[in-house]
Design a protein around this ligand. Structure first.
Ligand SMILES: Cc1ncc(COP(=O)(O)O)c(C=O)c1O
Length: 467
């Protein structure tokens, strides 16, 4: 056994005088958890303490797993070997076919890279692509931290709520000019249509103009299309890759349309041609050093999701319709209450602005979006996320509301009953009117939705009573 003499001990401590175990890298000391995951944990804590909470903080598709996927996973469960880095061939072929059917873009399996969720694929893309990154303001919470982790600068593109947060050549060029003036060199633009947090979706003509702008400026588009299948029906989803195939990368996955976020299965579609192939090589190399491959049984089961199957397509269409119903029902309530809010077109988010009550809120000690979210959680048991989490200025009084949990049919029922109730709800979806078209939206009574509508009426009523 080693005997440490006092002399040795002194030598050792002198040698490591300036180091300590578990020392964090300086650049990582201020890192915090993603606000979406943090609010989810805060709500779980509140509920464990017996505090009832209206959870509008976390965007998670909650429909039950489709039986075809369950069966496919059961059949693949013995696949314990590693999958190829880019994903199993049949899955990549299925995804390529899915791109043709859903996006109208021709694509081969060579262009597909599968990973454990689209989130790590987005990060890997930012690691391998050159240049600072244009990011719409507001946009998803993880883009900024991912860009900084990859060593690039975030170049915000200020969008106008009064103009539906459109990405116009003017706002993009303004952002590039400001970036160049400050020494940044933007080469990449993240587009997220349908958008988290606004729930909006770019119109086809705007996507065409956007593609032309990016081509003219030599900008690579990363098009995060994770919500594409959840269009509510009044506006079609159009990918920038339709107009700018040589410079657009699409990402997507199982999390939203197939309600299977926990399966962690995403994909990236790279452009065809030599430059796309070079990007694929770099992306696979990076993936091979970090995650090796997505889980093999999940990959094999996912083949079913992307292979033509009328029943699954119906499931996805119906879940989009229910998300649309719930989101538009709450949207109508907010609009009736005088809250400005972009009209949702897809997914399960609303992005209302409480600026008209700024004067009243000051008297409640609320001057920032963060304080507003905290006030609503503490005083009204409503969990939301403030605009600052989406890159907005701290004093913006916009909040992101997620409506995905409002589809729950009866509160407090066991998971099995809840799944049965959600299947019944999905069965009614085709009879619902297309949300967003004129007229009052009539649909099933959902207790969490009713609670959310009532709670906002009470909140705004209270604010008005103080004015
Ligand atoms: C805009 C956006 N992009 C990407 C993701 C990540 O999806 P995945 O589950 O495929 O990693 C999310 C999930 O919340 C999201 O909202």
């Amino acid at each position: 056994m080693d005997q440490h003499t006092p002399l040795q001990a002194t030598a050792t401590s002198q040698c490591f005088e300036f180091s300590a175990p578990l020392e964090l890298a300086e650049a990582r000391r201020d890192m915090v958890s993603s606000p979406t995951l943090a609010i989810n944990e805060a709500v779980s804590r509140r509920r464990a303490e017996g505090k009832e909470t209206l959870h509008l903080g976390f965007g998670e598709a909650i429909f039950p797993l489709h039986p075809a996927l369950r069966q496919a996973l059961a059949e693949a469960i013995e696949s314990t070997g590693y999958a190829p880095v880019a994903g199993v061939l049949k899955l990549r072929q299925a995804i390529a076919g899915y791109m043709e059917r859903t996006r109208g873009i021709s694509c081969s399996e060579e262009q597909v890279v599968v990973g454990p969720g689209s989130k790590p694929l987005l990060y890997a893309l930012l690691q391998v692509l050159e240049g600072d990154v244009l990011v719409p303001r507001p946009s998803w919470v993880s883009y900024g931290p991912q860009i900084r982790l990859a060593g690039w600068q975030v170049v915000p593109v200020a969008t106008d709520p009064a103009d539906h947060h459109r990405l116009t050549p003017e706002v993009l060029s303004d952002a590039v000019t400001a970036a160049h003036a400050s020494g940044a060199k933007p080469r990449v633009l993240i587009v997220n249509s349908p958008s988290n947090p606004t729930g909006g979706m770019l119109a086809e003509e705007d996507v065409a103009v956007l593609g032309a702008w990016a081509r003219a400026h030599g900008i690579t588009i990363i098009s995060d299309e994770i919500y594409a299948e959840l269009a509510h029906g009044w506006r079609p989803h159009v990918s920038p890759a339709r107009f700018y195939p040589e410079g657009s990368i699409i990402t997507g996955g199982l999390s939203k349309a197939f309600s299977a976020g926990g399966w962690r299965l995403g994909y990236a579609i790279l452009p065809a041609g030599e430059r796309g192939a070079q990007l694929g090589k770099a992306l696979r190399a990076l993936a091979s050093e970090i995650w090796s491959a997505a889980a093999t049984p999940i990959e094999k089961a996912a083949i079913v999701a992307f292979t033509p199957n009328t029943d699954l397509e119906t499931y996805v269409r119906r879940s989009a319709r229910i998300h649309g119903y719930v989101t538009h029902a709450l949207y109508q309530t907010l609009i009736e209450l005088g809250v400005a809010c972009p009209k949702p077109a897809a997914g399960f988010y609303l992005y209302p602005d409480f600026a008209p009550w700024r004067g009243t809120l000051v008297n409640l000690g609320v001057t920032t979006g963060q304080q507003l979210a905290q006030y609503l959680l503490d005083e009204w048991a409503i969990a939301t996320l403030p605009g600052v989490a989406f890159g907005e200025e701290p004093d913006a009084l916009r909040l992101r509301l997620s409506t995905s949990h409002l589809s729950i049919v009866s509160t407090g029922s066991a998971p099995k009953e809840q799944a049965a109730e959600l299947w019944q709800l999905l069965a009614q979806a085709d009879a619902l009117p297309v949300p967003g078209e004129a007229g009052q939206l009539v649909g099933p009574d959902l207790p969490e939705l009713a609670k959310a509508q009532l709670r906002w009426r009470e909140v705004i009523g209270y604010f008005n009573s103080l004015a």
